[in-house]
Design a protein around this ligand. Structure first.
Ligand SMILES: Nc1ncnc2c1ncn2[C@@H]1O[C@H](COP(=O)(O)OP(=O)(O)OP(=O)(O)O)[C@@H](O)[C@H]1O
Ligand SMILES: Nc1nc2c(c(=O)[nH]1)N[C@H]1C(S)=C(S)[C@@H](COP(=O)(O)O)O[C@H]1N2
Length: 177
């Protein structure tokens, strides 16, 4: 069975310059390692909050690296340099607004500033891109909410079959497909 490739893209001016250690990328990696039951290969990248650079990284991860899923962290807020959702929209053929809606809803249980994230998701070819906020603590909070729908979403775009450790997270497939 082919290993499922998953892109992990940290978008942070300071982490990309080495001013602080990236904790977002490793948090996404650890989360996936904890819930996935299938063989997978992480493809990590760090870029600054620059729209062209984020777009380039997303295109490379989807098209060249053949990642079925790309999870980004950072750059989703209202600040001038926060442009991850714009870069995501520019490279996707189809937007999946339900991801952002659900992640903001669950994040509101943790922080009143959850509505400041413009995080979204979209489809490029056979890849799903999902944005998460930059706070490392937001990663598990958001992924716990949306991950149950991710394996079926990837089935629908002709991606590989993703299996999860059911004791940790159950992937929902209609009619138990
Ligand atoms: N990759 C990361 N690793 C560790 N902490 C992070 C990371 N990204 C963000 N943070 C923390 O979460 C906060 C909010 O994230 P945000 O994406 O708004 O960063 P920022 O303030 O725009 O700065 P930068 O882009 O330089 O990370 C940051 O100020 C930082 O404390
Ligand atoms: N779960 C969760 N969502 C969250 C946060 C958080 O700490 N936890 N921070 C909020 C804040 S303060 C901001 S400004 C926005 C955007 O964050 P970003 O620019 O780091 O992506 O995400 C929001 N969503």
């Amino acid at each position: 069975m082919e290993s499922i490739r998953i892109g992990i893209l940290t978008v942070s001016d300071r982490a990309s310059r080495g001013e602080y250690e990236d904790r977002g990328g490793p948090a996404i990696h650890d989360y996936l390692a904890e819930i996935l039951a299938c063989q997978w290969t992480p493809v990590p990248r760090i870029v600054s909050d620059d729209v062209a650079g984020i777009q380039d990284a997303l295109v490379q991860l989807c098209d060249r690296e053949r990642c079925s899923l790309v999870v980004t962290t950072g750059g989703t807020g209202p600040a001038k340099r926060d442009v991850t959702p714009e870069a995501t929209e520019r490279v996707c053929e189809k937007m999946m607004p339900g991801f952002g809606e659900l992640m903001r809803k669950v994040s509101l249980e943790h922080v009143p500033t959850a509505i400041l994230s413009r995080q979204t998701a979209g489809i490029r070819g056979s890849s799903l891109i999902v944005n998460l906020p930059g706070k490392p603590s937001a990663i598990a909070e958001c992924l716990d909410a949306v991950f149950p729908a991710i394996p079926y979403c990837i089935d629908l775009i002709d991606g590989p079959r993703i299996e999860t450790k059911t004791e940790r997270l159950v992937a929902f497939r209609p009619q138990g497909k």
